[in-house]
Design a protein around this ligand. Structure first.
Ligand code: SAM
Ligand code: SF4
Length: 335
């Protein structure tokens, strides 16, 4: 049995988020520019390499695996990977296999995901207005996503909706989105927009809608009770007494959550980022490719990266300029 992954600040790393592709069938305005250039296929980890990588992390104590992207379900053959990961659920080493998706392909894959052992999915949806959905995703179509959500729930998957809080955009829809989620028994989490990557003409500071203000908006409509629940990540939760719903707030910019951080991220090219808000990264693809038989070099590279995990991040919107801005896109590290 290998020693578990513990970083220099005594945080055990039990949660891995892996981006399996940088491609996407949408072009959300806060995430991508319309004319994104994607990576050449040879740079991506193959499905076999993704399997070796994730299996190594699981052997080193990772208990929760979240698959993301880009849009994970547009990666060709992705169900082969999910089906293969289910062996770790069966052995008990992996407690949860899950994904974050835009929902566009769920009609096709929901049953297969359930069969592979996935029980919960996070679906990103910023608006339930068809015209606004088209505006924010550029290429997305709301009815397709709604059919995906129906299929997920029908398959038995528990659905959580993630919405990016965008000032002047989904602000007026807050009660409608909330009631819609409640009526479908879906939890809802709001995410503050983060300064990730060059996305063209959009101005992030005007997009930014502080979750303090989102919470204040809830307090106008509902009785809001703080919940003690922590996930080791940036989310804080409240309950709306009128609907019984749990609402999450992911506030990487206005709250410090780093002290309990239990996670690392790996990109589709095999770079490990031990902090979402820092540029520091290490390459796991070279050690993966150096030895196709054994995983000793890979394990050493993972341990070295975790040994360098920073204490925290430096995002700051406070002075009308975006300090600590990250040059990479969210679709690169997977959000
Ligand atoms: N395509 C999938 C999806 O949209 O759910 C998975 C990848 S996407 C990059 C993961 C999450 O990151 C989504 O919920 C998306 O809204 C969020 N996201 C993307 N760019 C962001 C940004 N600049 N700030 C905050 N959240 C962002
Ligand atoms: Fe695609 Fe997700 Fe980025 Fe939207 S947020 S462009 S769905 S990767």
């Amino acid at each position: 049995m290998s020693a578990p992954l513990i970083d220099p600040f005594a945080r055990a790393i039990t949660y891995l988020r892996v981006s399996v592709t940088d491609r996407c069938d949408f072009r959300c305005v806060y995430c991508m520019s319309e004319d994104m250039t994607f990576l050449p296929k040879r740079d991506l980890l193959t499905l076999e390499e993704l399997d070796r990588l994730c299996s190594t992390f699981i052997r080193l104590g990772v208990e929760k695996l979240r698959i993301t992207g880009g849009e994970p379900l547009v990666r060709r053959g992705i169900m082969t990977f999910f089906n293969s990961m289910s062996r770790h659920l069966e052995s008990g080493a992996l407690k949860e296999l899950t994904l974050t998706t835009n929902g566009s392909q769920l009609e096709k894959y929901a049953d297969a995901l359930y069969a592979a052992g996935v029980r919960r999915v996070n679906i990103s949806l910023d608006t339930i207005d068809e015209a606004k959905f088209k505006e924010i995703t550029r290429w997305g179509r709301l009815p397709q996503v709604l059919r995906g959500i129906d299929a997920a729930q029908k398959a038995g998957l528990k659905v959580k909706i993630n919405a990016v809080a965008l000032k002047g955009f989904n602000e007026p829809e807050l009660p409608a989105i909330t009631e819609w989620c409640a009526s479908r028994d879906m939890d809802l989490t709001w995410i503050e927009v983060m300064p990730m990557g060059d996305i063209g003409n959009e101005d992030r500071i005007t997009q930014f809608w502080s979750l303090k203000d989102v919470r204040a908006e809830y307090e106008k409509h509902y009785t809001v009770t703080d919940l003690p629940e922590r996930t080791g990540g940036p989310a804080r939760y409240v309950r709306l007494e009128e609907t019984g719903q749990k609402i999450g707030f992911i506030t990487p910019l206005s709250h410090n959550f780093c002290e309990s951080c239990n996670r690392v991220r790996v990109t589709c090219t095999g770079e490990i980022y031990t902090c979402l808000g820092q540029e520091g990264k290490a390459d796991l693809r070279a050690p993966l490719r150096a030895n196709e038989e054994g995983n000793g070099g890979l394990e050493a590279a993972i341990r070295a990266a975790i040994g360098d995990k920073p204490r925290g991040h430096d995002f700051d919107y406070s002075r009308e300029n975006v300090a600590g801005k990250m040059s990479r896109h969210m679709s690169h590290t997977g959000g």
